[in-house]
Design a binder for this molecule. Structure first.
Ligand code: FMN
Length: 193
């Protein structure tokens, strides 16, 4: 049987920031039998997304991905669970995460990728940090991901929201740290069964 795979996509524009720290805490509770792959989206930049959906004829299909795009597509398809690890930027997703999501639209139209069918049933999760104290201000980012999961017939895993501004601040957010310990619990238990 294939190992269960988690893909963590880190969208912070700096290394080892609050979102990554919080995500590492949550991931620490996953059993070793679950494979974890961590990718920093800024290390795998994608080109500008081009919308060719309505060019007509065969031209509305997208070419076979290459380079970073291919790596992100293959990593996405290989994962059972996809975790978007994203700070709140202007109440929304950081540009790298948004661009990655835009590419889902292309991948739906890559011949042979079978993207819609293969995404269906995977879990999508969000781990986010914002400096704002009000959790409602992260709602736009979170609903973007929830609606996207629904559109793709994916399951919504859940959201983990922390608070902090400079790197390390989230380690003072006791509520978020406690929630991180149990965040993946049901998924980990289901894999163990
Ligand atoms: C471009 C940018 C936009 C931001 N916009 C928001 C925002 O809308 N709301 C908020 O609460 N914090 C905002 N922040 C603060 C970050 O969410 C906060 O510093 C977070 O801890 C960064 O996560 P990281 O340490 O993982 O990079 C913004 C930060 C940057 C750099």
């Amino acid at each position: 049987m294939n190992a269960h795979r988690f893909l963590f996509l880190v969208a912070s524009a700096r290394r080892e920031g609050n979102t990554e720290l919080l995500a590492r805490r949550a991931a620490a509770s996953l059993p070793p039998s679950i494979e974890q792959k961590w990718l920093h989206l800024d290390e795998f930049p994608l080109s500008r997304f081009e919308d060719i959906r309505h060019h007509g004829g065969k031209n509305n299909m997208y070419p076979q991905p290459e380079g970073n795009e291919q790596l992100l597509l293959e990593s996405t398809l290989a994962a059972d669970d996809i975790v978007i690890v994203a700070p709140v930027y202007w109440y929304s997703l950081p540009a790298s995460a948004k661009l990655y999501m835009d590419y889902w639209s292309a991948w739906l139209r890559v011949p042979g990728a079978d993207f819609r069918k293969r995404m269906a049933g995977k879990h999508l999760w969000a781990i986010c940090v914002q400096s704002d104290e009000d959790p409602k201000r992260a709602e736009l980012l979170l609903s973007t991901l929830r609606y996207s999961a629904e559109y793709m017939d994916m399951q919504w895993g859940g959201e983990l929201l922390g608070n902090g501004s400079k790197p390390g601040d989230v380690l003072r957010d006791q509520r978020a740290l406690a929630a991180a310990e149990h965040f993946f619990q049901t998924e980990a238990a289901a894999v163990r069964r």
